[in-house]
Design a protein around this ligand. Sequence first.
Ligand code: 5RP
Length: 262
Amino acid sequence: MPAELSPIDKAKFVAAKRAVAYVESGMKLGLGTGSTAAWMVRCLAERVQNEGLKVVGVPTSTRTAELARSLGIQVVSLDEAKWLDLTIDGADEIDPQLNLIKGGGAALLQEKIVATASDRMIVIADAAKEVAQLGAFPLPVEVIPFGWQTTKALIEETLVSLDVLNREATLRMNGDKPLVTDEANYIIDLHLKRIGNPRQLALVLNQIPGVVENGLFIDICDVVVIGHGDGRVQLRDINDGSAREDRVEFAPTDNIFADPDA
Ligand code: 5RP
C-alpha cells in the first residue's frame, strides 16, 4: 500500500474492499455516496476490469454516478433496475442495532430510496463511526425550499416533546448560499447530541409538511464492515447475529490508489 494513505483512508479502503467481495456477477447494485463509498466504487471497478465481473450500478448521487461511469461501471437508473440485490454505502454513525445516521454528504434521500429497494444493505466505515447511541453527529433532514423557515420552526417545536438532548437546527450552507441537494431541496441539520428513540424520531419527522426525508436509517442495514488502518476488518450481520474478523491484504500495485478524492 502506498505510504501516503492516512490510517483513516486505509481503514475506509479495507472496509470497502471486503464489502465488494460480497458482489457476484449478474448483481444489480446500489452505489453509495461519500469518501468510503468512493473507495467501494474503485474496488468494484477493479473487479469489473480484472475479473470481467458483470454488474450494473444505481448511483445515489451525481458524483457517484460520474465516478462509476469514469471507471467503467455500467450505470442505470433505479427505475430501469427496479429492484437491487445489494447496496453498499457509508454512514456517519452506526449504533449497536445497526441503525444509522446518514446524509453527511447530503445524499440521504437517494441513499434511503436505493437502500430500501435492495435485498441487502452493507455499510462500510472506519471504527470512529461506531457509537453506543446515535445523535452526536448532526441529523440531516431534507426539506423542500418552499417555506423552509416554517418547516424548520415546526421541526424545532416537534423536538420539544421528543427524547433528545439538544434542539438546535441549522440550515446547511454551501458558502453564502443554502446547500442544494440533487433533488433541488435544502438540508436542515439537527444538533441533537443524543437521540433516545431513533425509530420514533424518524417517523415523527417525516410527518411534518415540508420534510422530504430524514437521515435516520432504521432496520435498513443488514451487515456492517468496519475497517482498521492495519488491514483488519470486523463484520457484523444483524440478521443472523454473527460477528467475525478478517484481514484485507494490500496490493501495492493497485491502480485504485491513484486519486482517492472522489
Ligand atoms: C452521504 C452519506 C455518507 O455515506 C456519509 O456521510 C459517510 O461519508 P464518508 O464515508 O465520507 O465519511 O451519508 O450522504
